[in-house]
Every structure is written in C-alpha cells, then in structure tokens.
Design a protein around this ligand. Structure first.
Ligand code: IPD
Ligand code: CA
Ligand code: CA
Length: 276
C-alpha cells in the first residue's frame, strides 16, 4: 500500500483528535471518584477503572472510523487486521501513577504507525486542557497553534526530563546513574511521570531533551511524530535510527542531541568515580 497522502493523514489526525478528546473527558470525570486501583504485576504499575474506560472509548471510536486498521492498546493488546499497514498505538492514560495520586500530569496518547513508523499523533492532557497534534509533513501544534523545539544548544543550559520503568527493582539498567550525571551537568532533570507529555514538552520548547528506557510503543508513538514535526530529533541512545521495539529512546531539540548521547555513555563511569 502507498504512503498516505496529506488528505488521508489529515483525516487520521482528526480521528486521533476525536479519540483523545473524548477519552480525556472520561479521565477528567473519574479522577475524583476512583474506587479501584490495582497493580498489574510489577510493584507500582497501576491500573484504574479510568484506564479501562478511556481505552474502551478509544477502541469504539477507532473500530467505527478505521475498521480495516490494526490496533495495539495498552490494556487490551493487539486487535484487528494484522495485514494492515496501519497500526494505532494507544495509551488511554499515560501517567497513571500521577493520576492515581491526583497529580495533574497525565494524558491520552494515540499514535498511528504506517509500516512501523509514526505518521500521526495526538496527545491530550485534560487537566491543563492542552492538545498536542502532529502528522508527517503537516507540522505540529499545541491547541491548534504551531509549535517548535527550543534553541538551547549547550547541555549546561538545558532542562531535561526522563523516567524510570516499572522493572527498575529487577534490573541494574535502572537509569539512576544517567539521572545523577545529567542532573550534575545541566540546569535540571525533571521526572514528569508521563512519557507522552515529556515528549511533547520537548516539542513545544518547554524542555530541551528527554531520554528513557523500558518504554512501550503506546508511550512514545504519538510523541515521536509530534516532536519530529516540531523540528526535534528522535533516535536510539547512540544516535542510530530508532527501533521502536527497543523501548529506549533519545529525543531532543536536535541541538543538544550529540552531547546528550555522549553524556549517557559517560554516566556509569562518572558515578563510580564520584563515590570512590
Ligand atoms: C508510564 C509513564 C512514565 C514512564 C513509564 C511508563 P503509564 O506509563 O509514561 O512516565 O516512566 O515507563 O510506563 O504506566 O503511566 O501509562
Ligand atoms: Ca504509558
Ligand atoms: Ca497507561
């Protein structure tokens, strides 16, 4: 199948928008009345009825609007036509821990992949009422106004963000050394708690760079295309082309990309030397 033209991309972007906005109102409605918060297996990996209801809403919209496409949804897994070139990656509530504590930084994130590459994305934070959108060749917007990455070109002047996956108690690949070293080198490193919001914050220039490991396609599919369309760069840690399934990415304004990639390789030796 051929790459979708601009008209098709616009239609898919509008479908993604309808889905994130509708699911966003569910998150807003349920936040004060959460009765059941469960752990999904790993300690701290929570799921609430809001995750489930928001996902059900998104699935209903996609099944109606794009019935021939395949879907990968965090709570339901893979659904639909496995021969399609299109795959919708859905995180119905990105930032569940924030949400469960009433900390207003979570979002609905929906990305559309074409032959494995993100081409459309929408991320909506119902608590700040911010809607981020992007599609290949159509640019990136925040509440329908164009956005661009920052101009920060020195790591020492940058403000970064990262996160820690739920397997952090089971692995040595914790991201703790990287967090310490980058905190030492920069103006600060935030831990936002929502990968999609972290990425769109880089896209609109509030933050200069982001890295994280242990991610799933639904965490990052939308953020990747929004950030790229805002002029940013997304690769593997070593600056090679991103492999979505690796769950590990480096996403920046482009200008600090190389220095941040380099710093990630220096973190562990630096930390060891620091404590000896
Ligand atoms: C999590 C958030 C968090 C990131 C975790 C993700 P969830 O998603 O995006 O920022 O550090 O790795 O799993 O569980 O809130 O959808
Ligand atoms: Ca997530
Ligand atoms: Ca989630």
């Amino acid at each position: 199948m051929e790459f979708p033209d601009k008209k098709e991309l616009q239609i898919f972007l509008d479908v993604a928008t309808e889905a994130v906005m509708t699911a966003g109102t569910i998150l807003e409605d349920l936040v004060d009345q959460l009765e059941k918060i469960e752990e999904k297996g790993r300690p701290g990996d929570l799921v609430t009825e809001a995750d489930k209801k928001a996902e059900e809403t998104v699935l209903n919209i996609l099944k109606c609007r794009v019935p021939t496409h395949q879907i990968l949804a965090e709570e339901s897994g893979t659904i639909g036509n496995n021969e399609s070139d299109y795959l919708w990656a859905i995180d119905p509530l990105d930032g569940t821990t924030n949400y469960a504590h009433g900390y207003p930084a979570s979002a609905v994130s929906i990305g559309l992949l074409w032959q494995g590459k993100p081409v459309v994305g929408a991320v909506y934070n119902p608590f700040s009422r911010e809607l981020f959108r992007g599609a290949k060749g159509l640019g990136a917007t925040l509440n329908y106004r164009p956005i661009k990455v920052s101009q920060t070109n020195e790591l020492s002047n940058s403000l970064l963000v990262t996160g820690f996956a739920y397997d952090r108690r089971e692995t040595k690949d914790t991201n703790y050394p990287e967090f310490c070293y980058l905190t030492h080198l920069t103006q600060g490193v935030r831990r936002g708690g929502s990968a999609s919001l972290d990425m769109v914050s880089v896209a609109c220039g509030r933050l200069d760079g982001y890295w994280e490991r242990g991610l799933s396609p639904w965490d990052i599919a939308a953020g990747i295309i929004i950030l790229e369309e805002a002029g940013g760069k997304v690769t593997a840690y070593d600056e090679s082309p991103l492999k979505l399934e690796s769950g590990r990415l480096l996403a920046t304004n482009g200008l600090i990309h190389h220095s941040l990639s380099q710093a990630l390789t220096e973190a562990l030796p630096w930390l060891k030397a620091f404590y000896t």
